[in-house]
Design a protein around this ligand. Sequence first.
Ligand code: PPE
Length: 307
Amino acid sequence: MVQKAEKIWFDGEFVPWDEAQVHVLTHTLHYGVGVFEGIRAYNTADGRSAVFRLREHVVRLFDSAKILGIKIPFSVEEIETAIIETLRINGHKEAYIRPLVFIGEGSMGVHPGTCPIRVCIATWYWGAYLGEDALEKGIRIKTSSFTRHHVNAMMTKAKACGNYVNSVLAKMEAVTDGYDEALMLDPQGFVSEATGENIFIVKDGVIKTTPLTSVLRGITRDSLMKLMKSLGYEVQEQLFTRDELYTADEAFFSGTAAEVTPIREVDNRIIGAGRRGPVAEKLQKEFFDIVKGANSDYSEWLDYYEI
Ligand code: PPE
């Protein structure tokens, strides 16, 4: 259950958590055309708090909206300010932040017509996405029977509500079958991403990740790639197959919610030593230092605020 906070920012105003409601004829509820973001704020080493890569997330929200033909009735700066204000009003020193842009009620039928565009921002505490042990021990995943979107069927660069039907189906299947997460293949059969994470593999010291075809342009993915290069790793954006993943020395997921989560088993095959590998461990340490403000080389990625 989500831990309730005091307020939700809704169309420019703060409303009590329980009153942030919509009508059943909300267009997005029927047809799925809406966009959202997932952002994290962390406690920082100096006792303050900071939102990680706020600008990039808000810009991606606007890009997602543009892809879907939605005009957000606020500016990037207004949404950024609203996010910080929501964290402060809720007293959240550490939180997951969920901005959502959706089409409200008005007309029915596939064409959204003149239905209003509505925007809300919720914040809540969210610990380790795939369980407390996941970050340390790694997770077990299974190739999904559901194929990831074709790039010209769903707009994969948009973090669109409707795109997640595919993710929810895959996640439910994986969990029902006793796995932690689903690995999704693209329509050609190459590894794509997971239901809410990008994927990396390591083989003979070289790191590979899926190119930006069928996958979301992950901000954690981008952060890790910059970090890997600065640490001297060779990183390639290249399509790879599930059997290449089976024989990798290490594999891990990246995402705002999942952070850096090692994968210890795929389709009942042990990956590497069957536990968090040295590259994942090193990247986790560096990543958490960065998000918690302990590495000044990356301070431009942090927007500080105080409660
Ligand atoms: N792929 C997908 C499909 C995806 O949903 C996410 C984020 C990523 C990749 C990684 O992107 P980024 O967060 O920018 O590194 N998934 C969000 C939603 C998770 C949820 O369960 O809801 C997230 O991690 O916040």
